[in-house]
Design a protein around this ligand. Structure first.
Ligand SMILES: [Zn+2]
Length: 115
């Protein structure tokens, strides 16, 4: 026969497990939406992501809004920093129309590396 204390401890543990399962399901749902949104990016948006990763030197606490321009794991391309890097990606792609966007991204990443 359980004491009241161990019954309470078991109930607390059961509730903690249920909460963890709900949190895990929410996190999995968010991850799936983010991965789906990343797969749906067009080539200019992918280039914009690479330009941001290679070139942004601001801190991401209060200097650059890139990581805040996201809702439910999905980037909002109408917000300032996403729109700015998308504009730069389009300008770069227009400047070098014979080079595919993936190659342009690789060139930018390589040239931004500090040697
Ligand atoms: Zn940034």
């Amino acid at each position: 026969m359980e004491t009241s204390g161990s019954t309470q401890a078991a109930e607390y543990a059961r509730r903690a497990v249920e909460k963890a399962k709900r949190d895990l399901a929410l996190a999995q749902d968010r991850l799936e939406r983010t991965e789906s949104a990343e797969r749906a990016l067009d080539s200019e948006q992918k280039l914009a992501v690479e330009l941001h990763e290679a070139l942004c030197t601001w801190n991401h606490t209060d200097g650059c809004g890139w990581h805040y321009e996201v809702k439910d794991g999905i980037a909002d391309w109408s917000r300032y920093d996403h729109a700015n890097y998308l504009k730069r990606a389009k300008a770069l792609a227009a400047e070098f129309p014979s080079i595919d966007h993936e190659t342009l991204g690789a060139i930018v990443i390589q040239s931004a590396k500090r040697v």
